[in-house]
Design a binder for this molecule. Structure first.
Ligand code: KG4
Ligand code: ZN
Length: 402
């Protein structure tokens, strides 16, 4: 089954085409096309993602990205296509709110054959609603023009599937030319997922495929948000996670212990909930106490901040593993790219939960992309969980998805 997937929840516009086969227990995926455009450079000037700009950029770039993905997948067949008057009117109505998209869309679908795909998966949330709507309306318009069913995927669910996917053993020499081969197959239930991104920090339990229960969540800031805010206080550009990580790794490489101590909020509280606002504020006070913070001090602060984050994330995850008896731990979301976090979790799992499996996404799949939406979309399509209507769900937590 070929899935075309669309991701526009934040500041990456992405379209992927994945050929999937197998059942839930053993699925294999070949990435046929993967087109992604990051808006990070545009948002840097604002120190964070500016929603109206994100929406405009998605609308501007999504058709060229679709074309690139189809071309890479060798699914682009040029041919004059006339949409029926009814379909055309429906498409125009759908795209009315996405400036500039309607014309590009009509021109593109008017010039190519409907491609040989079986379903269109799209991120319905969480994320920035104006941004999500671009992808959703685009998916609906494509579904109408090409007569393909739609699948609604939760962005955080996408991060879970990205982490569960492993690179499949290579078979034959053509593989490199034909795109990455991934497989999902050895996930023993229940699966506990630690989801750490710019907008979310939660522990979610999956006892069966696509069913989620909330185990813990942040009571204030998300981890990625804390990284981004602390980075900004240190005068580092957006997104702050990779910048803090660079400084912290430099301090570790120099073998220096940090002279600073930051709090570990809620570390010993009897729940699996997190809090990061206090940690962020502690950095703010620390900076207020001194005038002119130099490079060495910044590295020490970044180092201690990362240590504090990793301590809290591990302790709460360990509590959740003990409470739920999970057999598999997954870390997903942009912050799972963090080198220190990856090391801490790998070591601690070996020491304290040697019988449970740890899945961390391949570096290329940690930040937002559309391949992860295709993977989760396939699992939904396998269940024939096709969407009749899709609306943007900017704030919905994964465990609230039915
Ligand atoms: O999942 P993601 O790409 O987008 C959202 O869905 O939010 O996550 C983005 C977040 C940002 O806050 C960014 O600073 C953080 O992930 N991030 C990192 C690293 N790479 C990205 N945080 C810490 N260390 C990193 N290496
Ligand atoms: Zn994300």
């Amino acid at each position: 089954m070929k899935i075309l997937a669309i991701e526009t929840s934040c500041d990456e516009t992405a379209i992927a085409i994945v050929d999937a086969e197998g059942d839930e227990k053993s699925a294999r995926f070949r990435v046929l096309g993967d087109a992604l455009l990051s808006q990070v450079e545009i948002h840097k000037a604002y120190g964070g993602v500016f929603p109206a700009l994100a929406k405009r950029e998605h609308a501007k770039n999504i058709v060229p990205l679709l074309e690139a993905a189809l071309e890479e997948a060798e699914l682009l067949r040029e041919d004059a296509q006339a949409l029926s008057g009814k379909t055309r009117a429906a498409v125009v109505a759908l795209l009315a709110r996405e400036p500039g998209l309607e014309e590009q869309f009509l021109e593109f679908v008017g010039e190519c054959e409907p491609p040989a795909i079986d379903a269109i998966a799209v991120t319905e949330g969480p994320g920035l609603e104006p941004a999500l709507w671009v992808g959703i309306n685009f998916a609906k318009a494509l579904g109408l023009a090409w007569n393909k069913p739609l699948v609604a995927v939760d962005h955080m669910e996408g991060h879970i599937f990205a982490a569960l996917a492993r690179e499949a053993p290579a078979e034959g020499h053509l593989l490199q030319e034909e795109g990455a081969l991934l497989q999902i197959g050895d996930a023993e239930m229940p699966v506990l997922a630690l989801l750490v991104s710019g907008g979310h920090t939660e522990l979610v339990l999956m006892k069966e495929w696509l069913r989620y229960e909330l185990v813990g969540r942040t009571r204030d800031d998300a981890v990625g948000e804390a990284f981004d805010k602390v980075a900004r206080m240190l005068g580092l550009p957006y997104p702050g996670g990779p910048e803090i990580s660079k400084l912290a790794e430099a301090a570790r490489a120099a073998g220096q212990a940090s002279p600073f101590t930051l709090p570990r909020p809620m570390l010993d509280s009897p729940s699996c909930d997190f809090s990061f606002a206090g940690l962020k504020t502690a950095v703010l006070y620390l900076l207020k106490e001194r005038t002119g913070v130099g490079g060495a001090e910044k590295r020490h602060i970044a180092h201690e901040f990362e240590n504090a984050v990793a301590d809290v994330l591990w302790k709460k995850t360990a509590r959740a593993l003990a409470e739920t008896g999970a057999r598999t731990l997954v870390i997903g979301g942009g912050v799972s790219a963090n080198a220190h976090l990856r090391r801490v979790f790998t070591e601690k799992m070996k020491e304290e939960y040697p019988d449970a499996a740890l899945h961390i996404p391949a570096p290329a799949l940690t930040t937002d992309n559309a391949v992860m939406i295709a993977l989760a979309g396939y699992y939904r399509a396998l269940r024939k969980d096709y969407a009749r209507d899709i609306i943007a769900r900017g704030n919905r937590a994964l465990a609230e998805r039915r």
